[in-house]
Design a protein around this ligand. Structure first.
Ligand code: CTP
Length: 398
């Protein structure tokens, strides 16, 4: 424990919830693990736990007022300390702070420092169950999740209002473990070359129409982002999506299944692992019409489709020692279908994805998957933001 966070700088923002007393334990343990810890408290938090407590535990001045004499030695403290931070944790995160962050408000030292921070940000919510379930809070949480803020908890448990319900902050040890995991695994894919495919493919019928599917590309983009954040050299082959490509990723945009196959083949040799998250169309119109198809007089129209290449199955012959992870998009018989594809396509792992559920899978920001190995082991995930699911999948690529 002593040196696990050596050379790491962590900012702990403490807000005015009764769980603020638990932040003392977190600050103490982070410091014991070797981290340089800076604590910023809101005025409300300072009513619950005195800044002197945090100053003693962190061995650094506590930031309650950016203009305080105590900080006079540090030039522009909200920037210089924040620039050095490897992690910014808010313990506890109240409904108010979640709302302020989601609206881009920076009106006190904590929110000002957070606004300037480019490091990963973790929020540990604690509040009454009705406050947590309030659609406004949930909307703010979803917005922050999409922007990459990580939420730890809340859990179901005993609340300060004497109920047992959702809203209890996760235990200090869970927060410490998450900090250690995030900061130590940060570059565990350094040196790995990973090819990721994402999104749907569009198969043209004529100049204005195509056959596509509901894939948004979010899972594949999350995989590319997480792999790049963990140090991998990532190439993302993407079908048509509305998404912004992640930083530090080489993007190759394609349209049809055939284009995607060409791009995969052109990059496969130079890769260590392939993660095929794309929802590739299985059929394409046999012939693309060069002019817009006219309605005509007949009541129905037949379009002849032909099979597209199965990109994954065709890689079997040249796979060698490369790791290949496929996805199984199923609306029924999830596990049986996924296991069959794992075998038929000669994969190392398959990620079983229930696309019949509207709260996960296609176009959702969340996913809940089962990762199945070639040896038949099953690793289930909880329902989590796609970036978290991506990190769980990537644990199998290492
Ligand atoms: N896949 C592929 N080439 C295709 C179709 C799918 O490489 N022409 C890949 C997908 O990217 C995914 C896996 O194969 O990783 C399984 O895709 P899925 O759509 O679930 O299954 P299909 O093989 O298309 O079979 P079916 O549609 O009959 O379920």
């Amino acid at each position: 424990m002593q040196s696990m966070l050596k050379d790491k700088t962590i900012i702990v923002g403490v807000c005015g919830g009764i769980a603020a007393y638990k932040a003392c334990d977190v600050v103490s343990k982070l410091t014991q693990a070797g981290a340089e810890v800076w604590v910023t408290v809101t005025k409300e938090a300072a009513q619950l736990v005195t800044p002197l407590t945090f100053r003693t535990l962190s061995r650094n001045p506590v930031i309650l007022d950016l203009f305080a004499d105590e900080l006079a030695q540090i030039p522009v403290p909200h920037i210089s300390i924040t620039d050095r931070a490897d992690l910014f944790m808010i313990i506890p995160a109240t409904a108010n702070i979640i709302g302020k962050i989601a609206q881009g408000i920076a009106d006190d030292p904590l929110t000002t420092m957070l606004m300037a921070a480019t490091c990963p940000k973790v929020l540990c919510p604690a509040m009454n169950n009705n406050m947590w379930n309030n659609p406004l809070v949930q909307e703010n949480v979803n917005k922050l999740n999409k922007l990459g803020y990580k939420f730890l908890g809340p859990e179901v448990g005993h609340l300060a209002c004497e109920k047992d319900d959702i809203g209890r902050m996760v235990e200090p040890q869970t927060i410490i473990d998450a900090a250690i995991k995030m900061l130590s695994q940060a570059k565990d894919l350094d040196g790995q070359r990973i090819l990721v495919t994402a999104g749907p493919t569009y198969e043209d019928l004529d100049p204005v129409r195509f056959i596509g599917n509901r894939s948004s590309g979010k899972m594949g983009y999350a995989l590319a982002q997480a792999a790049a954040e963990r140090g991998a050299e990532v190439t993302l082959i993407s079908g048509p999506t509305k998404l912004t490509p992640p930083e530090n990723v080489k993007l190759i945009q394609v349209k049809s299944a055939l284009d995607m196959q060409k791009a995969v083949l052109a990059n496969f040799k130079q890769t260590d692992s392939l993660i095929m998250a794309a929802a590739v169309s299985d059929f394409a119109p046999e012939k693309m019409q060069t002019q817009k198809i006219k309605k005509g007089k007949s009541k129905s129209r037949l379009v002849k489709l032909s099979k597209t290449p199965d990109i994954l199955a065709d890689l079997r012959k040249i796979k060698g020692k490369k790791k290949i992870i496929g996805f199984a998009a199923e609306t029924e018989n999830l596990m049986a279908g996924a296991k069959q594809k794992l075998k038929d396509k000669g994969l190392d792992f398959i990620v079983a994805n229930d696309v019949s559920r509207t709260d996960i899978g296609f176009d959702s920001d969340y996913n809940e998957v089962k990762i199945i190995s070639r040896q038949g082991q099953v690793f289930p995930s909880q329902k989590l933001p796609k970036l978290d699911v991506a990190n769980i999948i990537l644990d199998h690529v290492r």
